[in-house]
Each structure stands twice: as structure tokens, then as C-alpha cells.
Write a protein that binds this ligand. Structure first.
Ligand code: TXA
Ligand code: MG
Length: 308
């Protein structure tokens, strides 16, 4: 971890596991290191990055205003799959925020990520900027192997990939805009509407009127090469992802059979990658119904399918 922290301080990239997906990390105060994130991902430079911190006490370094409800959320759900968007401080510069006056911060819940963040802090670092470690628009990686498949050819020998096994949650963090009177969900994830209401005592969350740029909110995102189909019965030769109690029709290639919604979220991205690895041209997915993490799964699937 000390070595990885040194690499970050020197301006290299370090991909690391979190409980959601793998992130591609850089020193969030180093404009050149952050510029490399954009290069390696092939991501438009006006899309803001999430700053990862070791504990909630560091929030005040990056944010200039923290409403009461954001403190409640941080206490209840960090470390965890939640990103808070707050009014930025002066260390959150334009190259992190996409020139907006807000910054996204998160304390990830993974032993390797937290150890890296602590080592980085000890070495003088303030926070690690990390988008998901995939090429822009692709499926996020939930294993170190997937990171290498996505980005291997774009990394240099100064960069590192830390292997912390498969991610436990499997879909990206819930992003909550905390700049207004009420919290607003910008991207659904492992921390659900119900959990946010319970934690903050807010009965109805706000709705988004402004045009905050969330690249994950683009319509075509999280997409494998294979065409994702959501409302069809699979036919021979197509890939198939559905709850375990749904049978596989003859000739259909079953990619995953999760037993509950948590498992569905955990295996979804690796199953979509599997479809590409097997050269399948179409994957039919039966979406989970109901609330909780199923909302995040449907959100990602809708974007992966892009209307189909
Ligand atoms: O679970 C996660 O959040 C993962 C892990 C690595 O922490 N990270 C992740 O980062 O998903 P990324 O960059 O792939 O997606 C973060 C989203 C982007 O769509 C970005 O536009 C949005 O967060 N975002 C970041 N800062 C923001 C801000 N200040 N205001 C609005 N959206 C913001
Ligand atoms: Mg992403």
C-alpha cells in the first residue's frame, strides 16, 4: 500500500477495488495525473470525477458547505456505496469537478481501498479521484482481470492494478446531490431511496431540475458489445440472464442465474462481459422487479439496452 501510495504521489495511476466496481485512481490534486485518467478512459474532460477519501472527517477538505442531512447520510452509510455531491472547496479544482461548483466525495467500503487511502493520506495525499476503471461508455469492471481487459493497453509500467477480488455490490454507488434543501438521487445504487429517507427523516426526496453533468446518466452507457434486449423471450443462440427460478429455453446460452437482487447486481457486469467474451451478438435480460437495489439494476440495464 505504501508503494501504491508513492506511485499516486508521483503522478501514476492506480486501479483499485471498491465494494461497487473497480476505480481508476489518481491524486485528485494533480492536474496532470487526472488528465491521464481522461486519456486512459477516453472520457470527455468536462465530466466530473468522484474524490475518494479515507473517512468522513475529510469531507470538509473538499466541501465548503455540508447540510445536516448529508452528515446524517455520511454517518449512516460510509464507508459504503454512496457518493455525496456538495458545494466544493478551493482544493476541488475545475479538472476534478468538470468546472462545476460542486464536488462528489465518497468513502468506499473495501479493505484494499481504505488501506490505500490511509497510506496515501500518510504520504501527504488529500484524496484519490477515481472513475470506474473502464473505457468510456463500457461496462464497469468488477474484477482486476476485467480492469486489465478494459485498460491494459492504455496503462504504462508506472501504473498499478491492485487485485482485491470480485466486488461485493457490483453496481456503482448511489449519487446524491446534497446542494439543495432536500437530497436528490442523481444515480440509483446500493443505498436506496428507502434507506435515504430513514436516515435523513426526509419524507420526499427532491427532484432534479438543474443540469448537473452525470456521465452515467447518458442514455447509452454501461453497454457491452452485444445488444442487450429487455422485453423479449430468448431464442436459440442468444445469451440469457434471469433469476434462477426462470428456466432456460432450448439452445439459449444461460450467462447467469442469480437467486436474489443482491446477487443479480453482483454478477450482472461480469455476465455481460461473458457475453462479449463468448462473441454473442444478443443478450436477453429479465429485469428484477420491485424496490431496493433492483432500481439500480433496471437503471443500468435500460442504459445498456438504450431503449431496446
Ligand atoms: O461506485 C462508484 O461510484 C465508482 C467507484 C470507483 O467509486 N465510481 C464511479 O465513477 O462510478 P464514474 O466516474 O464512473 O461515475 C461517477 C459519476 C459520473 O457520472 C460523474 O459525472 C458523476 O458521478 N459526478 C461526479 N462528480 C459529480 C458532481 N460534482 N456533480 C454531479 N455528478 C458528478
Ligand atoms: Mg463509470
Amino acid at each position: 500500500m505504501a508503494l501504491a501510495a508513492e506511485h499516486l504521489i508521483a503522478g501514476a495511476l492506480v486501479a483499485f477495488p471498491t465494494e461497487t466496481v473497480y476505480g481508476l485512481g489518481a491524486d485528485a490534486t494533480n492536474s496532470q495525473a487526472v488528465a491521464r485518467i481522461y486519456q486512459v478512459k477516453g472520457r470527455p474532460s468536462d465530466h466530473p470525477l468522484i474524490v475518494h477519501i479515507a473517512c468522513m472527517d475529510r469531507m470538509g477538505d473538499w466541501a465548503s458547505e455540508i447540510p445536516e442531512y448529508a452528515i446524517k447520510l455520511a454517518r449512516d452509510f460510509w464507508p459504503g456505496p454512496m457518493t455525496l455531491v456538495l458545494k466544493r472547496s478551493e482544493i476541488a479544482q475545475d479538472f476534478i469537478t468538470g468546472s462545476q461548483d460542486t464536488v462528489g466525495v465518497r468513502v468506499p467500503d473495501h479493505g484494499v481501498a481504505l488501506a490505500l487511502l490511509e497510506a496515501f493520506e500518510k504520504a501527504g495525499g488529500k484524496g484519490i479521484a477515481a472513475p470506474s476503471a473502464n473505457r468510456f461508455g463500457h461496462v464497469s469492471p468488477t474484477s482486476a482481470t476485467a480492469v486489465l481487459e478494459e485498460l491494459g493497453t492504455y496503462l504504462t509500467h508506472e501504473d498499478l492494478v491492485l487485485d482485491g477480488g470480485a466486488c461485493a455490490v457490483g453496481v456503482e454507488s448511489t449519487i446524491i446531490d446534497c446542494t439543495g434543501e432536500l437530497p436528490i438521487i442523481l444515480r440509483p445504487g446500493g443505498i436506496t431511496v428507502e434507506m435515504i429517507k430513514d436516515s435523513t427523516g426526509v419524507r420526499d426526496l427532491g427532484t432534479s431540475l438543474n443540469e448537473i453533468r452525470v456521465s452515467g446518466s447518458l442514455e447509452n452507457h454501461y453497454a457491452p458489445l452485444a445488444t442487450v434486449l429487455l422485453c423479449e423471450t430468448p431464442t436459440a443462440g442468444q445469451g440469457f440472464i434471469a433469476h434462477a427460478n426462470i428456466q432456460t429455453p432450448p439452445g439459449v446460452i444461460r450467462l447467469a442465474s442469480p437467486h436474489d437482487d443482491e446477487e443479480f447486481a453482483r454478477i450482472l457486469y461480469s455476465a455481460l462481459r461473458q457475453a462479449d467474451a463468448q462473441g454473442l451478438s444478443e443478450v436477453v435480460v429479465v429485469q428484477p422487479i420491485g424496490i431496493g437495489i433492483a432500481v439500480a439494476i433496471r437503471d443500468r440495464l435500460a442504459r445498456a439496452a438504450n431503449g431496446r
